[in-house]
Design a protein around this ligand. Structure first.
Ligand code: ZN
Length: 152
């Protein structure tokens, strides 16, 4: 594949259309041509049911989803880990947060039984999930392990 012409679809966090971005521009703060918002952000994108459905379907980049709720103590402890993941994975993985209280359809669709639960999605399909709050290095290993191709 020629990296100079390779393009990925990135879902706009605001208007939620899919924008084609050349892969070599992923690190250059690409913006949505329609609403001019930053497509890739250094902080997690907060999504509702409709937003997660669109993000999971439209993004060619993997999507890391933190299912959380405001009343959940471990979720609050985990929030800085997810925020750091958004910075570390910027341009490679789209990091989003879904409040399970206000996104019941997403919780049901992905069978979320406890929070925090972290899902790794690619092209709308679940690659892996992680239950509970983990430290940043463990989350990074989880992502790297599941995004790496098969050995060889
Ligand atoms: Zn937009």
């Amino acid at each position: 594949m020629d990296p100079s012409t390779d393009r990925l679809h990135i879902a706009c966090p605001d208007c939620r259309r899919a924008v084609r971005v050349p892969t070599h521009r992923l690190q250059q703060s690409p913006r949505c041509p329609a609403c001019h918002t930053a497509l890739l952000r250094l902080e997690p994108v907060e999504l509702d049911d409709a937003g997660l459905e669109a993000f999971a379907r439209l993004n060619d980049l993997p999507v890391l989803v933190d299912f959380w709720a405001p009343w959940c103590g471990p979720c609050r402890h985990y929030a800085p880990v997810i925020a750091e993941a958004a910075r570390k994975l910027h341009g490679h993985v789209v990091v989003v947060k879904v409040n399970s209280d206000t996104a019941p359809a997403s919780s049901a669709r992905y069978g979320i039984r406890s929070i925090p639960t972290t899902l790794l999605l690619r092209n709308g399909q679940e690659l892996a999930r992680l239950s509970g709050a983990v430290p940043t290095p463990e989350l990074m290993r989880f992502v790297a392990h599941h995004l790496a191709g098969p050995p060889g």
